[in-house]
Design a protein around this ligand. Structure first.
Ligand code: ZN
Ligand code: ZN
Ligand code: FE
Length: 749
């Protein structure tokens, strides 16, 4: 006998990243599966659903939404309330509310999904080998959006009208491509061209086949990606790699490598389950992992290799057409300029670097570099927050006021706070480069336009450094301005990720350079306090006189001259085993001794440089943090050793006993690996000593020095759960803007 089930109705509100990620067609398909009637639409604050059906089906429907959302969606909340039954006959997708609110989030760019990949390699599919295949679960988002709402006319796909077949898919709510804005096919959409020596030689499949052949033959090929061009070459071809370094003026900074698949990646780096998950995650970052062997010229003097998996259909196709399974995939630029993302810019700037260009016909709206992340002792650690992450909200701040935080001058990224949500931009770069500064200005304008905030209403936050380009630009913007000290911003960035505004903490900010309260160069600071109450400097590294300012950051020997000037009975360091280059070292020592052209500093970054110099890194450092990384990698080769004495006295971390011991050990012939390890242990020890003299609380660590995973491991072993580090934004200056925004949100009314 049929028993009539009781029909009830519920309203569901889904919050989070739920728009532009195929959420409505997903809900539509679920509704059909569970025989639910009603509607779904994109509201101002997320996805709204009216669902009618019997109680059991409704419950299963709601559970399925939470349990198997589309891959790119990130559900923050599901609110469910009882509603009136309106006797709908079916389930429908309703048009979106016209004025989407500012908090409607823009999805980051997504890697090609498995369903699209299957079609890409299915000879019977109409998108067989089509390099711009995508669906609501995958493809470009942030990098093609010209304005909101996220509809095709507001994307760089606006000039590619859909053919009948594509249009039918676009309008069919049961189709995986329902309202997929970048939807296209080979008939109606963009394709790729191969340009060699100034002229287009091939188009579409042939272009990709020829590009794969060039890569096999050792050529350097510029390939358009999601957020910019890459320079690609065979990672196993030492000659091609050397040529790329020479043409790009890139001496030693590591190149990222793209692997054809997970198997190829596992052959060259050590990956645990977490690293595999990160590598294949929807964010598809460059993952730093321990290399199994050295690829000549890829990452000199480095135990780690940055590796990523193919994420665009074009990259998959190049591999399918025979490209080498390990490809250097580095940002297309000269030296450390921003990545080239328009065709004309790429052709212009890469002339003389790339032998050929794979030019994609879909325009890129804004540059979005590859992100860099690794699995660290306390979870994921992001070193560069960019493609796959930006422009997601990284934190929620307790403020209604719009805030723009402009970050610092190195590794710049900006954060815009709208309705309390903090959106961090993609990585912009070092603002000393004019083109990066231009990108910085463009990104600020872009984000304000996208989230519809008027510059006049915005609270502007900048670093306390009066001469930073970011500070000077901030001061030209209308509205109220606030300066936030660099190292307090580092500490606040960790607390903002955790929404800890009142928790009193010990905040440890160790980095290379930041402008201190007294105008000196800080970088070894220990604070106490909270975001709301403010941070008091409780201890710091003993001050050293750094000779020669900025150059000291490039020449470890110069930093060493400054720090070692305070050590008694110093041997001649230009002699063995130190062999410091005599002219630079003697000149710098002279300045340090006479306090001429010296700058007082408490920078742990420069202390690392000093130790690097004592252990043999006496040449120029060619990228930020190189010497410190070198010391970390030495230390990793050592077994466990006792820490050097690094006493904390009168709120000062005294480096003198530490450096004196290192000099002695070097002369005694102790292995540099062991010395480096004992130095790391000493830093961890000093932090723990400082914490013991202050009240036992959570210990927050941030700043570029804490990209050092060995140091984090040592601290995690000692401090345990009380250790808080960055897991969402970088510990380096890429995370500064979030910390600036948090301090401003809590302290400026
Ligand atoms: Zn797809
Ligand atoms: Zn089409
Ligand atoms: Fe910093």
């Amino acid at each position: 006998m049929l028993r009539e089930s009781v029909v009830i109705a519920r309203r569901l509100h889904i919050g989070g990243v739920v728009q532009g990620v195929g959420f409505r067609p997903f809900v539509f398909r679920l509704a059909r599966e569970f025989h639910i009637r009603g509607w779904v639409y994109n509201g101002e604050r997320g996805v709204e659903i009216h669902a009618e059906g019997d109680a059991g089906a409704l419950e299963a429907f709601a559970r399925a939404i939470g349990e198997r959302p589309p891959p790119a969606a990130r559900i923050a909340s599901i609110e469910s309330t009882a509603s009136q039954v309106e006797d709908f006959a079916e389930f429908e997708i309703r048009a979106s509310e016209k004025q989407a609110g500012p908090t409607v989030r823009i999805s980051p760019d997504l890697p090609v999904c498995d369903a699209c990949l299957r079609e890409l390699f299915d000879p019977h599919d109409r998108r067989f080998q089509y390099p711009y295949i995508n669906c609501t679960d995958c493809g470009p988002r942030y990098s093609i959006i010209l304005g909101l709402p996220y509809d095709r006319p507001n994307t760089t796909m606006r000039d590619w009208p859909m053919c009948e077949d594509c249009s039918a898919e676009y309008h069919d709510p049961g189709n995986r491509r329902f309202h997929a804005q970048p939807l296209a096919c080979a008939v109606c959409g963009p394709n790729v061209r191969l340009q060699v020596a100034g002229s287009v030689r091939y188009r579409a499949t042939e272009a990709m086949q020829q590009a794969a052949r060039l890569l096999r033959d050792g050529s350097i090929v510029a390939v358009k990606g999601l957020g910019g061009y890459h320079l690609a070459c065979d990672a196993r071809n030492a000659r091609a790699v050397a040529a790329l370094r020479e043409r790009k003026y890139r001496k030693e900074r590591p190149f990222a490598v793209m692997a054809r698949d997970l198997e190829a990646a596992r052959e060259c780096v050590v990956l645990d389950a977490d690293a595999i998950a990160l590598l294949g995650s929807i964010r598809r970052p460059i993952v730093l992992a321990e290399a199994r062997f050295e690829l000549a010229g890829i990452a000199p003097d480095n135990r780690e290799l940055g590796i990523m998996l193919a994420y665009t259909p074009l990259q998959h196709l190049l591999y399918a057409f025979g490209a080498p399974e390990l490809l250097v995939m580095t940002s297309a630029n000269r030296s450390s300029e921003p990545i080239a993302y328009t065709d004309t810019d790429a052709l212009d700037r890469l002339d003389g670097i790339a032998d050929a260009f794979v030019i994609g016909e879909r325009e890129i709206a804004r540059r979005v570099d590859d992100s860099v992340a690794r699995v660290a002792p306390a979870g994921m650690s992001v070193l560069r927050h960019s493609r796959g992450f930006a422009p997601e909200a990284v934190a929620t701040l307790p403020t209604k006021h719009p805030i723009l935080a402009v970050g610092a001058d190195l590794k710049n990224a900006v954060t815009l706070v709208v309705s309390g949500e903090a959106f961090s931009s993609q990585h912009i770069g070092d603002l000393e480069h004019f083109s990066a500064f231009e990108a910085f200005r463009a990104t600020i304008a872009d984000m304000c336009a996208m989230y519809e905030v008027r510059m006049e209403d915005v609270l502007i936050v900048h670093d306390a450094h009066p001469e930073y380009a970011s500070t000077l630009h901030a001061l030209t913007l209308p509205g109220k301005h606030v300066a936030v000290q660099h190292h307090r911003a580092h500490v606040a960035s960790v607390l903002a990720e955790r929404a800890q505004w009142d928790e009193p903490v010990i905040g440890v900010a160790f980095d290379g350079t930041g402008y201190g309260d007294d105008g000196s160069i800080w970088g070894g600071e220990i604070f106490t306090g909270s975001v709301r109450a403010g941070f008091r400097r409780a201890a710091h590294l003993r001050i050293a006189a750094l000779p020669g300012g900025d150059a000291a950051a490039r020449f470890p020997v110069q930093a060493a001259a400054g720090f070692l000037e305070q050590i008694d009975e110093l041997p001649d360091l230009t002699a063995a085993p130190f062999a410091f280059p005599a002219a630079r070292y003697r000149g710098a020592s002279e300045l340090a001794r006479k306090r001429v052209r010296t700058f007082p500093t408490s920078s742990i970054g420069r202390l690392f440089d000093t130790v690097a110099a004592l252990l043999g890194f006496t040449r120029e450092s060619t990228f930020e943090g190189q010497a410190a990384m070198w010391v970390e990698h030495l230390a990793r080769s050592s077994g466990p050793v006792a820490a050097y004495s690094f006493p904390v006295r009168n709120a000062e971390l005294d480096f003198r006993p530490l450096l004196a011991a290192i000099v002695r050990d070097r002369i005694r012939g102790r292995s540099v690996d062991e010395i480096a390890a004992a130095f790391h242990a000493a830093i961890a020890d000093a932090i723990c000593q400082a914490c013991d003299t202050l009240e036992p609380r959570h210990v927050v660590v941030s700043g570029g020095v804490f990209q050092n995973t060995l140091l984090l491991e040592l601290l995690a072993a000692r401090i345990g759960d009380r250790l808080w580090t960055n897991t969402v934004v970088p510990a380096n200056d890429g995370g500064i803007s979030l910390g600036q925004a948090a301090i401003a949100a809590l302290t400026v009314s």
